[in-house]
Design a binder for this molecule. Structure first.
Ligand SMILES: Cc1cc2nc3c(=O)[nH]c(=O)nc-3n(C[C@H](O)[C@H](O)[C@H](O)COP(=O)(O)O)c2cc1C
Length: 309
């Protein structure tokens, strides 16, 4: 048991420790129950992005392993729609809340109207949601997604529209570019916190067939190979905004999580690492606690943004 207080406040979402899960890499939590007690371990989970109506996602193949600690995915936000999600997972997710683990529900859309509609449905059907994460950064869908978040104006428009529909905390999942400028626009539009980064667009070609190794020409790169880029973007964004950040990208060890915190993240999400080692979260938490203790602080909050140039 750590002697350091690990509790953090992610824009109104009170987490028992800084560990969260990255949307799309952790199912909706229950898939990991055979490995550890999710509700008793994590500070929060972030569920897969959901739209008001079900989406089929992209055709297979959707995942490719890359040499050197990375994968690529083009899942394309396959989801059962908010209503189907609540019917299937609502009881389990309420159970996580009861154990003290926060549940962040992710909102997807092809247009401002679709983001609004999904948020309204969550408001009506999902009392277990501690807050929402607006995904304006999915690189794997043809319309909406990353296109909506590509400019400060587009990002702020979605944020303002959703802000009107809920009083629960709103995070925004950001793409890996212009994070300072777009972060400032989102903060002005009412975001409570920012999550960064989503995957980085890449390409992988099967040279024998001359075709993509996935079903689309480009897809999102994730995993330890993007960690240093993500840390740099968290640091840049932290200089630009006063709202808290959730650092995401290649976190696989307690030291990786510690880097995010030093760069300015209040919380840290585990993504691809869950798919490599489904039992990694309790280990990463123990390593993070050890590191915090080794820094001689009483409270992990003392280490947020404590990077020294
Ligand atoms: C298979 C897969 C599915 C993903 N689905 C989503 C999603 O639904 N919504 C989202 O915002 N990000 C999604 N992501 C991106 C992750 O949440 C995360 O931002 C990214 O993978 C970087 O973190 P990592 O390097 O720790 O994996 C997905 C990533 C993967 C690998």
């Amino acid at each position: 048991m750590s002697t350091v207080s690990m509790a953090v406040d992610l824009g109104g979402i009170k987490m028992r420790n800084p560990l969260n899960t990255a949307s799309g890499t952790f199912g909706n939590g229950w898939q990991f129950e055979g490995f550890y007690d999710v509700g008793a371990t994590l500070g929060a989970i972030t569920c897969k992005g959901l739209a008001a109506e079900p989406w089929a996602g992209n055709p297979a193949p959707r995942l490719a392993e890359l040499r050197g600690a990375a994968i690529m995915n083009s899942v394309g936000l396959q989801n059962p729609g908010v209503r189907g999600f609540v019917e299937t997972y609502g009881e389990y997710l309420q159970g996580l809340r009861d154990k003290g683990c926060q549940v962040i529900c992710q909102v997807a859309g092809h247009s401002v109207e679709e983001y609004v509609r999904a948020t309204e449905l969550y408001e009506e059907l999902a009392p277990f949601a501690s807050g929402f994460e607006i995904n304006i950064s999915c690189p794997n869908i043809a319309k909406g997604g990353a296109a909506m978040g590509a400019t400060p104006e587009g990002a702020a428009e979605v944020m303002r529209a959703v802000r009107d529909r809920t009083e629960r905390p709103i995070l925004v999942k950001m793409a890996p570019h212009d994070v300072a400028e777009i972060g400032r626009a989102l903060e002005s539009a009412g975001a409570d916190a920012l999550s960064l980064i989503n995957t980085i667009p890449g390409m992988t070609i099967d040279v024998h067939t001359r075709k993509s190794r996935l079903s689309r020409p480009t897809a999102g790169v994730s995993g330890p190979a993007i960690h240093a880029i993500a840390v740099r973007m968290v640091w840049e964004c932290a200089q630009a905004v006063a709202i808290p950040l959730c650092g995401i990208g290649g976190v696989a060890t307690g030291e990786d999580a510690a880097e995010m915190i030093l760069a300015g993240a209040t919380a840290v999400s585990i993504g691809t690492a869950n798919m490599v080692d489904p039992s990694c979260a309790p280990r990463i938490l123990a390593e993070l606690e050890d590191w915090a203790e080794s820094q001689g602080v009483n409270d992990i909050n003392e280490l947020i943004g404590a990077f020294e140039c």
